[in-house]
Design a protein around this ligand. Structure first.
Ligand code: SAM
Length: 242
């Protein structure tokens, strides 16, 4: 089950407002160009921000996510119905023959158990064309992002058109490396509703990621930085070996 912030019908519509500017995404459209990818699969597409940019760039796009509520937000943005939206997790992707599969927004960190991550890599493998590419980001454990999150934990209020004022209180609720748990508590000014979303993320080392990719039939072509978050992320560019 995806976390409430993605899956709850009242929280998914406020996700983009709290997520802020998506300065991270242009780099992925650039990588799609660099790799000559025309058919792109956005795994864990969430509210569809990247899928929309990819479709705007003229590519054939499929967005998949297990959270209905996020997919509904994504569909509403796709006014010309250019994108194929799929309700499903990374292990249940339809055959798409993708030139490229992407996982942005640190989707890779939602797979907590080794077998979940292996299953996701297998699912993506099957949805790629032979020699297709997988590009994903994940936070570097040595950056210790959770310390920053704990220091910045607090309260934000945003007035969201059509929804009204929403307060977000965020806190780090547990660090048992490689697992970090965070909680967001959302209070809706319109009716006082309070909805809590708990998330746990796994931080994997570069070596763990490389060996998991190799064992699931990928070759690592490059590991880069995210241009908007230097030093904080691994951006893996991998290729199906067959
Ligand atoms: C932080 S959001 C990122 C969304 C989007 N990629 C972006 O960059 O805005 C993580 C997404 O992963 C999705 N997710 C959770 N479990 C998943 C799974 N098993 N397979 C695929 N996606 C999953 C969530 O529903 C959520 O939409």
């Amino acid at each position: 089950m995806p976390d409430a912030i993605f899956a709850h019908p009242r929280l998914a519509p406020v996700y983009d407002a709290f997520d802020g500017d998506r300065d991270d995404l242009a780099a992925y459209v650039g990588i799609a160009g660099e790799l000559g990818a025309e058919r792109v699969l956005d795994v864990g597409c969430g509210t569809g921000c990247l899928a929309i940019l990819l479709a705007d760039s003229g590519r054939t796009v499929m967005g998949a996510d297990p959270a209905w509520a996020s997919l509904a937000v994504a569909r509403a943005k796709d006014v010309r119905a250019r994108i194929t939206w799929v309700h499903g997790d990374a292990t249940a992707l339809p055959p798409f023959g993708a030139d490229l599969a992407v996982m942005t927004g640190n989707v890779a960190q939602v797979f907590l158990a080794d077998e979940d991550w292996a299953g996701a890599l297998q699912g993506v493998h099957a949805a790629l064309r032979p020699r297709g590419y997988l590009v994903f980001e994940t936070r570097r454990p040595d950056w210790r992002a959770w310390e920053e999150w704990a220091a910045e934990a607090g309260r934000r209020v945003i007035d969201i058109p059509g929804i009204g004022s929403v307060e977000q209180r965020s806190e780090v609720t547990g660090v048992r490396f490689p697992f970090v748990s965070v909680r967001g508590t959302y209070t809706f000014g319109a009716d006082g509703a309070v909805i809590v979303s708990d998330s746990t993320l796994r931080f994997r080392s570069r070596d763990e990621l490389e060996s998991s990719l190799v064992s699931q039939g990928y070759r690592v072509l490059d590991v880069r930085q995210a241009p908007d978050r230097p030093g904080r992320e691994f951006v893996f560019i991998a290729e199906r070996t067959t």
